[in-house]
Design a protein around this ligand. Structure first.
Ligand code: GDP
Length: 330
């Protein structure tokens, strides 16, 4: 026990000095499913917490192929040219199945990978979104403690992962492509509601005009949504990640957002709300995985699922039996 304590403090010390090896080791602890490692990770996070928090956290989403990695590469390099230190993390619950559909292949961000002021970490794997999101959320703290002041969190534009990322960032950016004039079709309302900016990518060559039209359409649509608690009015813009055009505008937008929401105190208030949310999320995740990991529960669950299927037991009394059994376990 005592030895562990010392090791973690040493690791923490190295980490807050900006040692990248220590940061990587820390994140490996955070991502580990081993309960010993998880304890160490908790200690490390406690150690780092006073040194975290001084950052801007930006969520980036969009469907596969929209240009997320190309954008992050251009945006990340722009940020480091402004003397920022950029960490890129990801939330991709499918990565354990598909072997990393995002950020898995680091060659997609060739330049940024070589950049000394950038740190790129692929999505942790896990069998549930809750687990993956929790790990990324904890990694944010470690990156910040290591001196990264701009955190980019990529997620793929399918499923529930946007909501998870939205709940861990200050600013949420939606990347889109110009369609055939039916821009709003097929986009989930919730995603637009979460977006602080909608950026139309691939505004280059003969696509510039269509991109501008899409921008106008989104801008118009955004007016139909209720005002945000942040009092920020969601913005739209076009960019070309590949030609590095409009990238600086995106950062100016985010800087405006940060000054505005710091002035009206939303920035801090939102982070506090997010902390409350994550406390509850962590408990729920823990209870759930603890429940399903128990051998007794697994056996009884199999048995009762069969009985429910055969109509011998109602789902409610089966659930009650399982919960009773769980209460008996310690
Ligand atoms: P992701 O799946 O969202 O990460 O998308 P990628 O960044 O991998 O990009 C998908 C494809 O679109 C690649 O072939 C990129 O070269 C291309 N692409 C990305 N950004 C742009 C852009 O601004 N303009 C054009 N014309 N192509 C782009």
């Amino acid at each position: 026990k005592r030895r562990q304590q010392i090791d973690i403090n040493t690791l923490g010390q190295q980490l807050i000095q900006g040692n990248i090896t220590a940061l990587s080791r820390g994140i490996t602890l955070v991502e580990s499913e081993n309960s010993n490692h998880q304890q160490q990770a908790e200690q490390l996070i406690e150690y780092c917490l006073p040194h975290a928090n001084k950052s801007v956290r930006i969520g980036i989403t969009g469907v596969p192929g929209v240009g997320k990695s190309t954008f992050i590469e251009a945006f990340g390099n722009h940020l480091t040219s402004l003397n920022k230190k950029v960490a890129v993390l990801a939330v991709d619950p499918s990565s354990s199945i598909s072997k990393g559909s995002i950020l898995g292949d680091k060659t997609r961000m060739e330049d940024l990978v070589k950049n000394k002021n950038a740190f790129i970490r692929p999505s942790p794997s896990g069998d549930s979104l809750g687990g993956v999101a929790k790990k990324t959320r904890e990694s944010i703290i470690l990156c910040e403690a290591a001196g990264f002041d701009t955190i980019l969190i990529e997620t793929v534009g399918v499923g529930q992962s946007e909501t998870a990322v939205h709940s861990m960032v200050d600013f949420f950016l939606l990347l889109k492509l110009a369609g055939a004039g039916d821009e709003l079709q097929g986009i989930k309302r919730g995603i637009i509601e979460m977006a602080d900016a909608i950026i139309i990518n691939k505004a280059d060559k003969d696509n510039v005009k269509r991109a501008k039209m899409a921008k106008t359409e989104f801008q118009r649509a955004l007016h139909l949504y209720p005002p945000k608690a942040s009092e920020w009015i969601a913005k739209t813009a076009t960019c070309s990640a590949i030609e590095n055009k409009g990238i600086d505008t995106v950062w100016e937008m985010i800087s405006d957002y940060v000054s505005q929401t710091k002035a009206n105190n939303y920035f801090e208030a939102n982070r506090k709300e997010q902390n409350k949310y994550w406390l509850i999320q962590t408990i729920e995740h823990h209870l759930k995985s603890n429940f399903y990991q128990r051998k007794n529960i697994q056996n009884l669950l199999d048995e009762l699922l069969q009985k429910v299927k055969e109509g011998l037991v109602s789902p409610f009394s089966a659930a009650a039996k399982l919960l009773d059994e769980y209460k008996k376990l310690k």
